[in-house]
Design a protein around this ligand. Structure first.
Ligand SMILES: *[C@@H]1O[C@H](CO)[C@@H](O)[C@H](O)[C@H]1NC(C)=O
Ligand SMILES: *[C@@H]1O[C@H](CO)[C@@H](O)[C@H](O)[C@H]1NC(C)=O
Ligand SMILES: *[C@@H]1O[C@H](CO)[C@@H](O)[C@H](O)[C@H]1NC(C)=O
Length: 258
C-alpha cells in the first residue's frame, strides 16, 4: 500500500516536472503580457494605493527582489520603486524576463490580497536582414533567402508591394521578375527591420531594357530620329543639286528658281 502511494506521488512529480519543462521550453515567449527590448526600461505598475505604513514586496518569479518595511528598504535599492510603489526595471537584459508580482501587507500584518502580476519578456531587437539571391533550375528560377532568426516573422516586398508568402525563401521564375526589387522585412515583438532591395541575376534578356541606365526605347527612337534626319538632309541636298544643274542648263531661269 505504501509503495503504491510512493509510486503515485513519484508519478505526480514526474508529470509535474514534465509540464514545467514543456512550458519552460515552449511557453517562454508565448505567454508574455509585455515585451520589452534589451537595454530599454519598463515599469511594472502597482495598482494598489500604497500607504506609508504598508510593507511592500516585489517578486521576480519566486525570488524576492525588493522588500520595504514601512520606510526601510531591506532587500533591493531605494530607487527600484517609484513613489507609487511601482517597480522600475532599467537596462533590461534577457534574464530579467519573468513574472513580476507585488505583495502588500498592512501594518497589522494583514495582506492586501492578490494584486495583478505582469509577465515580462525581454527580447533583442532584430538585426537588419540581408537577402541572398540564388539561381536554380539552370538559371530559369531564382530564389531569394532572408537571413531571419528564430522567433522572427518575415514579410516580403516586391517593388515595395507586400506579397502573400511568409517563408524565409521566396521562389520565382526568373523571366517574370527581370527587374523586380525584392526585400524582406523581419520583425519580433519589439522591433522590425527591412533589408536592402535585391534584383535577380539569373535571366538576362537578349535585348536589355536599359543601356547605361537609359531606356532602350529612348535610344532606339532617338537613333531612328537621327537616321530619318540624315535621310532628309541627303534628300534635300540631292534636290538642290539637281536644281542647280537645271539652272546651269537654263541660265535665264536662275531667278525664278532661287
Ligand atoms: C543577467 O545577464 C547579464 C548580461 O546578459 C549578466 O551580466 C548578469 O550577471 C545576469 N544576471 C543573472 C542573475 O544571471
Ligand atoms: C545557392 O544555394 C545553395 C544551397 O541551396 C548553396 O550551396 C550555394 O552556395 C548558393 N549559391 C550562392 C551563389 O549563394
Ligand atoms: C515591417 O514589418 C513590421 C511588422 O509587421 C511593421 O511594423 C513595419 O512597419 C514594417 N516596415 C516596413 C518598412 O515596411
Amino acid at each position: 500500500m505504501r509503495t503504491v502511494k510512493k509510486m503515485a506521488s513519484a508519478a505526480t512529480i514526474a508529470v509535474f516536472l514534465l509540464c514545467c519543462f514543456i512550458t519552460a521550453s515552449t511557453g517562454s515567449q508565448a505567454d508574455c503580457d509585455v515585451y520589452a527590448a534589451t537595454g530599454s526600461s519598463f515599469t511594472v505598475p502597482l495598482t494598489h494605493v500604497l500607504k506609508d505604513s504598508d510593507n511592500l514586496r516585489w517578486f521576480q518569479d519566486e525570488n524576492l527582489i525588493f522588500y520595504r518595511r514601512q520606510k526601510q528598504v531591506i532587500t533591493g535599492k531605494n530607487y527600484d520603486v517609484d513613489s507609487t510603489g511601482s517597480l522600475k526595471l532599467t537596462q533590461l537584459t534577457k534574464n530579467k524576463s519573468g513574472r513580476y508580482s507585488p505583495q502588500i501587507h498592512r501594518a497589522d500584518g494583514t495582506s492586501a490580497g492578490d494584486l495583478p502580476s505582469v509577465r515580462l519578456c525581454v527580447l533583442d531587437r532584430v538585426q537588419k536582414p540581408t537577402v541572398m539571391m540564388n539561381c536554380t533550375g539552370d538559371k530559369a528560377k531564382v530564389s531569394f533567402t532572408c537571413n531571419v532568426g528564430q522567433n522572427e516573422k518575415v514579410k516580403w516586398f516586391v517593388d515595395g508591394k507586400q506579397v502573400a508568402e511568409k517563408g524565409k525563401t521566396l521562389m520565382r521564375v526568373a523571366k517574370d521578375v527581370v527587374n523586380a526589387h525584392f526585400s524582406c522585412n523581419i520583425s519580433n515583438h519589439v522591433s522590425s527591420e527591412i533589408s536592402l532591395p535585391v534584383k535577380q541575376d539569373c535571366y538576362k534578356p537578349v535585348f536589355p531594357e536599359t543601356i547605361f541606365g537609359i531606356s532602350i526605347w529612348v535610344l532606339v527612337s532617338g537613333g531612328t530620329g537621327i537616321v530619318l534626319m540624315l535621310i532628309l538632309i541627303v534628300i534635300i541636298y540631292i534636290i538642290k543639286l539637281r536644281r542647280k544643274k537645271h539652272v546651269r542648263l537654263n541660265g535665264e531661269h536662275l531667278f525664278v528658281y532661287f
